[in-house]
Design a protein around this ligand. Sequence first.
Ligand SMILES: [Zn+2]
Length: 255
Amino acid sequence: MFSKLRNYITENTGILIRLDDVAENMNWDLMEKLELIFEKYKIKPVLGVIPNNKDDELLSYPKKNDFWKQVRIWKNKGWEITMHGSTHVYDKICKKNDYFGHGGGSEFCGHTLETQISRIKSGLQKFKDEKIKIRSFFAPNHTYDKNTFTALKNFGITEIIDGYGLMPYTENNIKFIPQLFYKVFLLPFGIQATQIHLNYWQQKDFDIFEKFIIKNANRIITYDQALKKINNNIFYKLIKNLFSGVLKLKRILKN
Ligand SMILES: [Zn+2]
């Protein structure tokens, strides 16, 4: 009985390393260091690549001219390349009416379906031009609405690395892999994705990350492994709703 439970917990506990804001302009010194860590510990991360980056803040970082060649190299290593917005420019503010009740700036939420379709289309076109096949997405600042999902489905994208809960799940015919914490953190149970904003890292963040990796090496999973853990069991649905309720309440109280 206990060994069965222990096995269940082991099989359903894992963390997917998701890197945000990978673009032509970024902190390449830190990216090269992080790549070495991924290689050393045989990690296959998910890279959230911004196809048409026009975000002023991100554009202030050094530019890599052979960026897309580099993306293809990463992809050939078996790293998952996912689309992170199109331009990463926020031109709408969500008043917590976005799908996850996150609030704040948005490139997608609040725009018409036509606008969202055209943004997804131009993002995907860039990947196509660069011969990189895309199957998943996550929006800048976690802000989506129903139109975002419709626009994505219009192009056959049905996987999103975002959301609440303990386990990956399906909702609105989209597969979600939850992303709960700002810090790299492993829950004692469940499947989660991290969010790493490398541009803001310092040496101490590398040290913390490397220690985390060493300690949890057998818990780091790949994107495909995370997808295989989709579980639409009512128990997990309840937990997800609880998580989302608590987090929304926390955000309301904070403001
Ligand atoms: Zn971002």
